[in-house]
Ligand binder design. Structure first.
Ligand SMILES: [Zn+2]
Length: 427
């Protein structure tokens, strides 16, 4: 094919993609959990970047640490937080602070929590008392990276940032904090959120591959609590009040419009300073909880929220909820956006994911990482055809036309729901 034809074809494909983006979500072990399906007034709040053993700013709490203040407020409302903690940023040098009010406020090459030069006041490693207080209070701990270093390159916003140079380095950084929580506290972490939500990992892999290896779910959020957002309004006092309002006004407005708005949502919060080195969360959190409890909301951990329903699109009112709920524990049946889509046709790639043993699949995928075509689906279909479960050469996005004999009961209808119903989980 000539170069011009090739470029022309690529251009056409790009335009087509822009006009009608194809559904790119795929069945995945790791699912991005933004919210879950429920009509009960329960929600979760995640607190990133702590613990922070520094006084609030402005200090309206007599020097009490920010994390203590957050825990005090949560406990007062009977709320359970989800603390997306870091391990320790004191190895993140040489570095210097960037301009206040920008993303580099706490360091140009790295992040430092709670602040540059104050690394020893932050992180799980330095804060045994706060970690025990969280755990004893029934709050959840998730993995935000030992050193809070972005997994891969992120031009523009974080162009000068050091990133973890490989898949193995990303896994090792998470494993370091995972081991710490397990050895020090006997606590098994089950979820994580990548620093700055950067998903790309060098070598053609992504944060989803990293979490697959860790056995984690990807903890995202559906509503911004805004505690990180700096205001430039007037003097420091005016700006602070503005920042607190930015945390509360949207919550109030959303509930006035729809009292059930927050059912199943995850609110993003900050256990640290905002970019202007103030801590509006210390005041704004209480106001948010006052508003939410006025509507009868209960704040639970993300783990508990997922016990209500582990899916974004299917809740307890679905007749097959119990079947789906138990199958998702051991099998890849949910799409990466945490939707189950039970009533669409089952595709070959999805069926292969259901049938393929996890360990051998992940191993093959990692070995073939540099091959862009070696997606999880492709690897799963290869393994299934080697095992004689599926014929070779099928299109991964082709609709399933039959089911492997012996593995399934009878079904004519090949929607995802009926395939799950027919699948013999007792094998
Ligand atoms: Zn962070």
């Amino acid at each position: 094919m000539s170069l011009i034809v090739k470029i022309g074809k690529k251009g056409k494909a790009a335009v087509k993609k822009l006009l009608s983006p194809v559904e790119t979500h795929r069945v995945s072990y790791t699912r991005r959990i933004e919210r879950v399906k429920t009509d009960r007034r329960i929600l979760a709040m995640t607190f990133d970047d702590g613990p922070a053993d520094i006084p609030c700013s402005p200090d309206l709490f007599g020097g009490r640490s920010l994390t203590d203040v957050i825990l005090d407020v949560l406990e007062e409302f009977g709320a359970k937080g989800t603390f997306d903690v870091i391990g320790d940023t004191s190895e993140n040098y040489p570095d210097k602070a960037g301009a206040p009010g920008t993303a580099a406020w706490g360091g140009i090459r790295y992040d430092h929590y709670p602040d540059i030069g104050k690394d020893a006041s932050g992180g799980a490693v330095h804060n045994d008392r706060l970690m025990r207080r969280m755990l004893e209070g029934g709050h959840q701990i998730t993995n935000h990276g030992y050193r809070h270093i972005i997994f891969g390159k992120k031009p523009f916003v974080y162009g000068k940032r050091v990133y973890l140079g490989s898949f193995d380095a990303a896994v090792e950084d998470l494993a370091r904090l995972h081991r710490f929580m397990s050895e020090e506290y006997g606590y098994e972490v089950t979820m994580g959120r990548p620093p700055h939500y950067v998903d790309r990992v060098q070598g053609g892999l992504s944060s989803y591959d990293v979490y697959d290896t860790m056995g984690y779910q990807y903890m995202a959020a559906s509503f911004d609590g805004a505690g990180w957002l700096p205001s430039t309004a007037g003097d420091a006092q005016t700006a602070f009040e503005d920042e607190v309002r930015a945390m509360t006004d949207p919550v109030k407005a959303a509930l006035e419009k729809d009292p059930d708005f927050f059912c199943g949502q995850i609110i993003f919060q900050k256990d640290g300073c905002n970019m202007a080195k103030r801590t509006p969360v210390a005041v704004g959190l209480r106001r948010q909880l006052e508003i939410l409890s006025g509507y009868g909301y209960r704040v639970v951990t993300v783990e508990e929220l997922m016990r209500e329903s582990p899916f974004t699109d299917v809740g307890r009112d679905d007749p097959d909820f119990g079947l789906f709920e138990s199958l998702q524990r051991s099998h890849a049946i949910v799409f990466s956006d945490n939707r189950l889509r039970p009533d669409v046709q089952m595709k070959n790639g999805e069926l292969a994911m259901l049938l393929c043993p996890k360990e051998s699949l992940l191993e093959r995928r990692r070995r073939a990482a540099s091959d862009k075509k070696a997606t999880l689906y492709r690897c799963a279909m290869e393994i299934c055809s080697e095992k004689g479960l599926m014929p070779a050469g099928l299109r991964e996005d082709g609709a399933v036309s039959g089911l492997p004999e012996g593995l399934f009961g009878r079904t004519e209808d090949l929607t995802r729901r009926s395939v799950f119903r027919a699948y013999r989980t007792d094998r």
